[in-house]
Design a binder for this molecule. Structure first.
Ligand code: ZN
Length: 79
């Protein structure tokens, strides 16, 4: 039967147990089209662009109140 040749040291055991809860951060980049945060190698969910081309068309909800809010936010980020 295959068995481990040596017992792991308490240090090695505790180092292993110290990282079980760790969650890796998502790799986020900014969209070159709309400057919104997006995941790399994926179509931007905000503007639908990928590699400088509009791949999918994003449905824009025609609610005047919400449109004004989004306009205000984009202006704030430009500054
Ligand atoms: Zn975008």
């Amino acid at each position: 039967m295959a068995n481990p040749k040596r017992r792991h040291s308490p240090s090695r055991r505790d180092k292993r147990r110290a990282h079980w809860r760790r969650v890796e951060k998502a790799n986020v980049m900014t969209c070159p089209q709309c400057k919104e945060p997006k995941l790399p190698h994926q179509v931007c969910p905000n503007c639908g662009y990928y590699n400088g081309l509009e791949v999918i068309k994003i449905k824009v909800k025609k609610e005047k109140g919400k449109e004004k809010e989004t306009e205000g936010k984009s202006k704030e980020k430009e500054k």
